[in-house]
Design a protein around this ligand. Structure first.
Ligand code: PLP
Length: 278
């Protein structure tokens, strides 16, 4: 399988990253993960727009247009003959002698590759734990700096949970690599898209799908207690889609099974995915 490095398609052995790439030394870059269903990218424009925004927020100027980028990744997907899986794409500030301040001259470095996997059963209900949100205050940027996220996820994994759900004080923000939703009295709640969470592409899709199903949506924050007392809880992401959470910190949510609203959102999202595949 080939790797896209800037404008070139190379084998993994040929592709090399400089030891002074700022992505490697500082996590100074941004990334996206885009799902591929039936050989088509899902919600590609939304992902590339978010990438452009993330880059802009950390003052990385993309050395190519979005349509050039699209051409390159389409070529990569075709060369690798990916049917189902995802594209990983990252852009770093580039290579420069190590110094915290942004270099005056550095060419951003683009790396992208694909992963093939069958459409996995992301449906399996999961169990989560709460964890203190110790991350920075720009979680809206999809930055390569993921230590806060990976430490939380590792803690959850070691303790036998499927996801770590962050909270700042009593307020639930998001999961380690997912957005978090609760349903109470058939109203869907999720944290507003501000600097404390990543505005997930799946999150946005779910909000529009909910509106089309006449499910009332409130982009309002909620507390840990409200989550524990919710009728339903689920998490969302590009790779996990909609995943029910049936237990948090050992306490069952609702009746401890996947709820109706979650199931209908899942089914409707699925219809959108199938339609996009054509
Ligand atoms: N929140 C965080 C911290 C994430 O890392 C992710 C995705 O990886 C999400 C939310 C979900 O975003 P998306 O639906 O765009 O995959």
């Amino acid at each position: 399988k080939l790797i896209l490095l800037n404008g070139e398609l190379l084998s993994r052995e040929q592709a090399s990253i400089d030891i002074e790439d700022r992505g490697y030394q500082f996590g100074d870059g941004v990334y996206e993960v885009v799902r591929i269903y039936n050989s088509h990218f899902f919600e590609l424009d939304a992902h590339l727009e978010r990438l452009e925004r993330s880059a802009h927020e950390i003052k990385i100027k993309l050395p190519f247009t979005i349509s050039e980028l699209k051409q390159r990744i389409e070529k990569l997907k075709k060369s690798n003959n990916v049917h189902s899986g995802h594209l990983y794409l990252q852009i770093t500030r580039g290579v420069s002698p190590r110094n915290h301040a942004f270099p005056e001259k550095a060419e951003p470095v683009l790396v992208a590759y694909t992963k093939e996997y069958s459409k996995e059963p992301s449906r399996i209900p999961g169990r989560a734990m709460f964890t203190d949100d110790i991350r920075w205050l720009r979680c809206d940027i999809k930055s390569l700096n993921l230590l806060g996220n990976v430490m939380a996820k590792d803690d959850a994994t070691v303790k036998g949970y499927d996801e770590a759900i962050f909270h700042r004080g009593e307020i639930v923000t998001e999961g380690s690599s997912t957005n978090v939703f609760i349903i109470k009295n058939r109203i869907l709640y999720t944290h507003p898209a501000n600097h404390l969470i990543l505005d997930g592409i799946t999150r946005r899709k779910i909000l529009s799908v909910a509106a089309s199903l006449d499910i009332q949506v409130k982009e309002e924050s909620f507390t840990k207690q409200q989550l524990l007392e919710a009728d339903e809880v689920f998490i969302s992401s590009t790779t996990q889609e909609v995943r029910p959470i049936i237990e948090v910190d050992g306490q069952p949510i609702g009746n401890g099974k996947e709820g109706d609203v979650t199931a209908s959102l899942q089914a409707e999202l699925e219809r959108h995915i199938s339609r996009s595949e054509k």
